[in-house]
Design a protein around this ligand. Structure first.
Ligand SMILES: Nc1ncnc2c1ncn2[C@@H]1O[C@H](COP(=O)(O)OP(=O)(O)OP(=O)(O)O)[C@@H](O)[C@H]1O
Ligand SMILES: [Mg+2]
Length: 259
């Protein structure tokens, strides 16, 4: 695995074929993500955000164009690319530590596995909950567990598909800070899909704004603000306005209501 290689998405088109219909989910997507970069992706429902992440992770393999990590073409799933979903998707019959250990590559010894799991429990601040079952955890703690599970094989790239969508507003803000802390520690390249424009700006180095169906990239907005970011600063609000203007450019009448 090349840890200094960028993620390159080149001329990607994705069409879904159902029995008697076809859907153009992604059209001509081009994006280059630097190693260690944090990219947020926003766009209306159905514009192809989850599809894009699935292609990057290798859960969907039929598409036109090219996705590479440096020179290596992405083929199917691999431990170098992890994914966190909106719901934690934990195994209810396994404890926190067993859920985290579940995806660990086989060839490690029991001692090595234990050490890695412990490191990740600490990383997501779940000390003391290793033996708990998912139903004994809050929504935020379940999502921490799924982040730990996705990071356990030390992936080069972590994709997050609306990971905090099911959480209340306060927990959501805490989790955003947690993700920043983990990102700074682990230096994983992160691609975050979110409906929350504030979240996108708070976290991202750049924000990819997608158009509605068929999904294409309309604009890429850099966020040149030091972290931690002040959500009420003039610069932050200016970027927010720019994103909303892009998202609602075909529905100008809504713009006055959103900001
Ligand atoms: N497996 C599938 N088979 C057929 N069509 C699909 C499939 N998955 C997604 N689609 C279609 O592709 C388009 C993009 O879907 P996708 O899930 O990527 O959107 P999204 O941007 O993640 O939406 P949301 O914000 O609601 O999660 C939609 O029109 C959807 O109906
Ligand atoms: Mg989606």
């Amino acid at each position: 695995m090349n840890t200094t290689a960028p993620l390159i998405i080149k001329n990607v088109h994705k069409t879904y074929h159902a029995e008697n219909s076809t859907v153009d989910a992604l059209v001509d997507i081009n994006l280059k993500v630097k190693p260690g970069e944090f990219v947020s992706i926003v766009g209306s429902s159905g514009c192809g955000k989850s599809t894009l992440l699935k292609l990057i992770v290798g859960l969907e393999n039929h598409f036109r164009g090219e996705i590479r990590l440096g020179d290596d073409k992405i083929k199917g799933t691999d431990v170098d690319r992890g994914m966190v979903f909106q719901e934690a998707r934990l195994f209810p019959w396994l404890t926190v530590e067993e859920n985290i250990a579940f995806g660990l590559v086989e060839k490690l010894s029991a001692k090595e596995k234990k050490k890695i799991v412990e490191h990740h429990i600490n990383l997501v601040n779940l000390n003391g909950f290793a033996k708990s079952y998912p139903h004994q955890l809050s929504g935020g703690m379940q999502q921490r567990t799924s982040i730990a599970r996705a990071l356990v094989n030390n992936p080069k790239i972590l994709t997050l598909d609306e990971p905090f969508g099911a959480l209340d507003a306060l927990t959501r803000i805490q989790m955003q800070q947690e993700v920043l802390r983990i990102w700074a520690l682990e230096k994983t390249t992160m691609l975050l899909v979110t409906h929350d424009v504030d979240e996108a700006i708070f976290l991202g180095d750049r924000i990819v704004v997608m158009s509605s169906r068929p999904g294409t990239i309309n604009k890429i907005i850099p966020v040149d603000l030091p972290r931690p970011r002040d959500r009420n600063s003039d610069e932050f609000v200016k970027i927010k306005k720019e994103i909303y203007a892009e998202l609602f450019k075909e529905e100008q009448e809504f713009l006055d209501y959103v900001i």
